[in-house]
Design a binder for this molecule. Structure first.
Ligand SMILES: Nc1nc2c(ncn2[C@@H]2O[C@H](COP(=O)(O)OP(=O)(O)OP(=O)(O)O)[C@@H](O)[C@H]2O)c(=O)[nH]1
Ligand SMILES: [Mg+2]
Length: 320
């Protein structure tokens, strides 16, 4: 199962304690050094990761503690920084503030928790009035932040539609993906990704009436739809026009009920399985549906010519 959410508690390392010591000999002064700073926590993208699985197995991470201060005014070493890797498209939402850290796709590291400051050693406290202080501080704790990590698919184009509309079949034809295809609904239960050149396509599991309220599998994946630039709305054309219209509306309504902004996204209406109907019906359906969405195309996985044209159309639409 695709693990695309996890709760994690991250903390910077504690600062090292300050040291209490004195230089040897008579009249000698304090020599306790400061503790080192605790390690910081950084996050970055690792393109080899595809799920947040590891963050559900281990949820607490802490950078290393700073070293304690030493004698001879030696400052403790900095604690080691902790670098955590996440899949591309991960956002960290801080639970207490709602602040969102977007982990950049270019691999740049972002610091999310600072290590605690090291405590002062007794050398720090010497003064003309107190030449032999015994005072030293403990290191400060590192910053602790609790995040919900959420992975979003980074796809340029998303296939949406009712179950069985032929979404996965098309993804397989247009890309090197090998998504499971079968003649019954809900074959796809996790989104599949495929690349057509540098355009990433996502096959979103079938949406049904009520998906926005949690019916079927839809709701978990509608959030992925929020990120795509272009929707390919698949409607199988081997059925009555009224049924097709109804199917189209059902999916649009679910998108709108989940987030009205989704309805503003550019959408290509794709009439699928065109090999199952007569050419004259194909033309009639294209003409009728053009009134609903002028951006329309008709395709079959058995029509190599139409698939090539669809590829060109998708390249054109995603470059605008
Ligand atoms: N004749 C014909 N059958 C198709 C075509 N595209 C898909 N199919 C068939 O339609 C059925 C459903 O295809 P899928 O690609 O699994 O459909 P889906 O939209 O991904 O379905 P879910 O994952 O359940 O949402 C399979 O039996 C496919 O072989 C097509 O262009 N022509
Ligand atoms: Mg599928």
């Amino acid at each position: 199962m695709l693990i695309d959410e996890a709760y994690i508690i991250l903390s910077g390392g504690r600062g090292g304690a300050g040291n209490v010591s004195f230089f040897p000999g008579l009249k000698s002064g304090p020599s306790g050094g400061d503790g080192g700073q605790g390690g910081n926590v950084f996050v970055r993208v690792n393109i080899n990761l595809t799920t947040l699985h590891k963050y559900t197995e281990k949820t607490k991470y802490e950078a290393s503690k700073g070293e304690n201060g030493g004698g001879a005014t030696k400052t403790g070493a900095h604690g080691m920084d902790l670098i955590l890797d996440f899949p591309i498209g991960t956002e960290l939402r801080e639970q207490s503030t709602g602040k969102i850290v977007i982990i950049p796709a270019n691999g740049e590291m972002i610091m999310v928790c600072q290590g605690g400051k090291g405590g002062h050693g007794n050398d720090f406290y010497k003064s003309p009035t107190n030449r032999s202080p015994r005072q030293a501080d403990k290191g400060q704790p590192g910053e602790v932040r609790t995040f919900k990590a959420v992975m979003r698919l980074i796809a340029d184009i998303g296939f949406i539609g009712l179950p069985n509309a032929g979404k996965s079949s098309l993804l397989n034809e247009l890309t090197a993906a090998t998504a499971r295809v079968a003649p019954y609904p809900f074959t796809t239960i996790e989104p599949n990704l495929g690349a057509m050149g540098d355009i990433v396509l996502a096959d979103i599991p079938g949406l049904i009436e009520g998906a926005s309220k949690g019916r079927g599998l839809g709701i978990r994946f509608l959030k992925h739809v929020e990120k795509v630039k272009l929707l390919i709305h698949c409607v199988a054309c081997d059925r009555d026009m009224a049924v097709m219209e109804n199917e189209y509306k059902t999916v649009r309504e679910e998108l709108g009920a989940y987030n009205p902004e989704l309805l503003k996204k550019p959408e290509l209406l794709l009439l699928t399985k065109s090999d199952l109907i007569l050419p004259k019906d194909r033309l009639l359906k294209l003409k009728t549906f053009k009134k609903i969405n002028p951006k329309i195309f008709c395709v079959s996985v058995y029509d190599a010519d139409a698939l090539e044209k669809l590829k060109d159309l998708l390249k054109e639409l995603s470059s605008t």
